[in-house]
Write a protein that binds this ligand. Structure first.
Ligand code: GAP
Length: 508
C-alpha cells in the first residue's frame, strides 16, 4: 500500500510543468509507474548532460584527474568488505493493521509535536526512535494503525551473477566502490605519485523504503563522485592558498548559520583539512554556474553520530527548495577505510610507495559526492520564473551554458525560401558545435514563448530581410530585445554570449 506523502503544492506544480515540457517522465508509465523511478525527456536529458559536463570540467579536467566508468553490478564480497552489506540500512516501521512500511525517522520528523520539540530524528539509534514514536504517538499515516518497533532494512538491490552456480551480487549503492576496486590498476598504469584524483559519473541504486518528492529520493539515480587519494601525512592542498580568503556559508552543528572564510573554517575545525575546504569551494563554483543563487545553498557540518560508517567527517551541501533544505552533495573524509577494507578482504596490496618517504602508505580519501538528479531539481526550482506583465508565460532562467539548447531558429514564414534559409542557418550553427533546433510551426510569438518555457536563451529569426542582405534577428530570452546580425558572425556571437552568460541585450 502506498503511504500518503505530505503535500508540497509548489513542488507538485513544478513536477507537472517538468513532465509537460519533456524535462522528466515517470518511468514505465504505461505499466503504472513504480515509485522511485523517473526517465529524463529530451529537454531534461540535455540539461542533465550539461550539468554532468560542468562537473567534469571543474572537478576532473581543470584538476588533471582521471575519469573512469565501472560496473554497476558488484559481487557480494565487495559490498561485504565495504561495510554496505552490514551497515547500509534505514530504520523501518510497519503498520500492524495494513502492513505498510515507512522510514521511521521520516515519519517521526513529520510529526508536528516532535518537530516543535527541536529534536532531530536523523542520527537517532533504533531504540531512541522507537521510544520517540511511542512518546509522540506517531501512527500509520494511512489508517492510524499502531506501528511496530523500529527494525533495519538493507537498501541494496540484490541480484545473482550467472545461471546455475549463481553468485550473489548487488546493484551498486554508490559509484565510489568501483573506483576503489580499480585504484591499484590505475596506479600501475599511471604511476603512484600522490595525490591522485579519480572520478566517475553514473547510476547508483537504493531500494528506498519511501521514495518521495519527485526526483529527490529515487531508487535509481545518478551520482558524480570524485575520490581524491592523498598521503595522510600531507593534508594540505596546493590550491588552498589562493582561495583561503573565499567565504562560504556554513550551517554549524548547533544549527547556527554563519559565513566563514575557508581559512577560518579550517582553524575552527569545521573542515578537517585543506583538501576538503578546496573541494567545498569547487562545489560552490559549480552551483553558482548552474544558476542556483548565493544564499540559497550552504554547507552543513554533519554531527559525528550521523556520518556514514566509513567517514571521519562529513559536510553536506544543502539547498533551499520547496521541500525544505535538501542535501544534494555529501563530502566525506573516508580516510583509508575503503582501500584498507578491500586490501584485507581480497588480499590485494592497495598501498602506494611514497618516494620522498621511502615507504608504502595506504592513501586517505576525501570524496565529494554530488547527486545529479537533486542538483537538476534545484536548478529547475531556482530558475523557474513566474508570469509577469512583460512575459505572459512561465519560463526558465537557465544560464546559457546549461540550457537544453543554445538557440532555436525560426523561419518567419514557411514560404518564399525562408524555411530553406533557416535550415541552412541551423546546419551552419550545428557545424560550429552549437546545439540548435529549427521550429517552423506556430506564430512567432508562440514560438518565442515555447522557447522561453524550456529556457532557450537565444532565438534566431530568418525573415524577408535575411533573403535580401543575409542578416537575421537574434532575440535575448530575458528582456525579449533583439539585435540584427550577419549570418556569418552568428555562430561566434552566440558562442561568446553563452560564455559570458549574456541573457538580455541591455545587461552590462
Ligand atoms: N559515495 C557517498 C555517497 O553515496 P550519499 O550522501 O549517500 O553519499 C551522495 O549520496 C549524493 O547522492 C546525495 O547528496 C544525493 O544528491 C544523491 N542521492 C543519494 N541518495 C539518493 C536518492 N535516493 N535519490 C536521488 N539522489 C540520491
Amino acid at each position: 500500500m502506498k503511504s500518503k506523502e505530505p503535500s508540497f503544492p509548489k513542488a507538485e506544480r513544478l513536477i507537472d510543468v517538468a513532465i509537460r515540457r519533456s524535462f522528466i517522465m515517470p518511468s514505465a508509465e504505461i505499466y503504472g509507474a513504480p515509485a522511485g523511478f523517473y526517465d529524463y525527456g529530451p529537454v531534461g536529458c540535455a540539461i542533465k548532460r550539461r550539468l554532468e559536463n560542468l562537473w567534469r570540467s571543474e572537478m576532473l579536467q581543470k584538476e588533471g584527474f582521471h575519469e573512469i566508468e565501472t560496473s554497476m553490478i558488484l559481487p557480494e564480497a565487495v559490498l561485504k568488505a565495504s561495510g554496505h552489506a552490514e551497515n547500509f540500512s534505514d530504520p523501518i516501521v510497519s503498520c500492524k493493521k495494513c502492513n505498510a512500511r515507512f522510514r521511521a525517522d521520516h515519519l517521526l520528523s513529520e510529526n508536528p509535536a516532535f518537530a516543535a520539540s527541536g529534536a532531530k530524528a536523523e542520527g537517532m539509534q533504533d531504540a531512541e526512535l522507537t521510544d520517540a514514536i511511542r512518546k509522540y504517538k506517531v501512527a500509520c499515516p494511512n489508517d492510524k494503525g499502531e506501528l511496530t518497533e523500529v527494525a533495519r532494512f538493507n537498501m541494496m538491490f540484490k541480484t545473482a551473477i550467472g545461471a546455475g552456480d549463481e553468485r550473489v551480487a548487488y546493484c551498486r549503492p554508490e559509484t565510489a566502490q568501483g573506483i576503489f576496486l580499480d585504484f591499484a590498476r590505475i596506479v600501475r598504469n599511471y604511476g603512484s605519485r600522490l595525490p591522485i584524483g579519480i572520478g566517475q559519473v553514473g547510476r547508483s541504486f537504493r531500494n528506498e523504503i519511501s521514495p518521495r518528492q519527485g526526483i529527490i529520493r529515487m531508487r535509481e539515480f545518478s551520482q558524480m563522485e570524485l575520490e581524491y587519494f592523498f598521503n595522510p601525512e600531507k593534508q594540505s592542498h596546493a590550491g588552498f592558498t589562493g582561495i583561503s580568503g573565499e567565504k562560504l556559508v556554513f550551517e554549524l552543528e548547533d544549527g547556527k548559520v554563519e559565513e566563514r572564510t575557508l581559512a577560518q573554517a579550517l582553524s575552527d575545525g569545521i573542515v578537517p583539512n585543506e583538501i576538503m575546504a578546496y573541494f567545498l569551494w569547487k562545489q560552490e563554483r559549480i552551483y553558482l554556474a548552474s544558476g542556483i543563487p548565493r544564499g540559497k545553498f550552504r554547507f552543513r557540518k554533519i554531527p559525528a553520530n550521523d556520518t556514514p560508517h566509513y567517514s571521519r567527517g562529513n559536510i553536506d551541501l544543502v539547498v533551499d527548495t520547496s521541500y525544505g533544505w535538501i542535501e544534494t552533495t555529501g563530502t566525506a573524509y573516508r580516510t583509508d577505510y575503503d582501500l584498507s577494507s578491500h586490501a584485507k578482504a581480497s588480499g590485494a596490496d592497495l598501498s602506494v610507495f611514497v618516494e620522498e618517504e621511502k615507504k608504502k602508505v595506504v592513501p586517505h580519501v576525501v570524496e565529494p559526492s554530488m547527486g545529479v538528479d537533486r542538483m537538476f531539481w534545484c536548478v529547475l526550482e531556482h530558475c523557474f520564473m513566474e508570469k509577469t506583465p512583460e512575459k505572459d508565460w512561465e519560463w526558465f532562467n537557465f544560464p546559457p551554458a546549461i540550457a537544453p539548447y543554445h538557440a532555436w531558429i525560426f523561419p518567419l514564414m514557411r514560404k518564399d525560401g525562408m524555411e530553406e534559409k533557416a535550415r541552412e542557418v541551423e546546419s551552419l550553427l550545428r557545424e560550429s558545435g552549437l546545439i540548435v533546433y529549427c521550429q517552423e510551426s506556430g506564430s512567432i510569438g508562440k514560438r518565442y514563448a515555447r522557447a522561453d518555457e524550456i529556457g532557450v536563451p537565444y532565438c534566431v529569426t530568418v525573415d524577408y530581410d535575411t533573403l535580401k542582405d543575409g542578416t537575421v534577428t537574434l532575440r535575448f530570452r530575458n528582456d525579449g530585445k533583439q539585435v540584427r546580425l550577419a549570418i556569418g558572425e552568428l555562430a561566434e556571437k552566440i558562442a561568446s554570449f553563452v560564455k559570458e552568460g549574456k541573457v538580455a541585450l541591455d545587461l552590462a
